[in-house]
Design a protein. Structure first.
Length: 77
């Protein structure tokens, strides 16, 4: 897992997170729509669950990469 994250640069993850997090640009972003569905209990279709995972994956990877970076910095000190 860390090897995968090492190969992904911060700028690439940030671009992916912004693009997938705000898609589609014209209306309500799918990520917000799916989170609202999850909170209301309406997220039951497999396609909706996949859509939530797809749109949130870059954000999750970015958070994990930041946590690992901070953890490695604290171990070096």
């Amino acid at each position: 897992m860390t090897r995968l994250l090492d190969n992904l640069s911060f700028p690439m993850l940030i671009i992916m997170a912004v693009l997938l997090g705000t898609a589609p640009i014209g209306g309500e972003p799918h990520l917000i729509e799916k989170i609202n569905m999850l909170l209301s209990g309406a997220l039951v279709k497999p396609l909706d669950i996949f859509d939530l995972l797809m749109h949130s994956a870059p954000i999750i990877l970015l958070v994990i990469k930041i946590i690992l970076l901070l953890k490695n910095k604290s171990q070096k000190v």
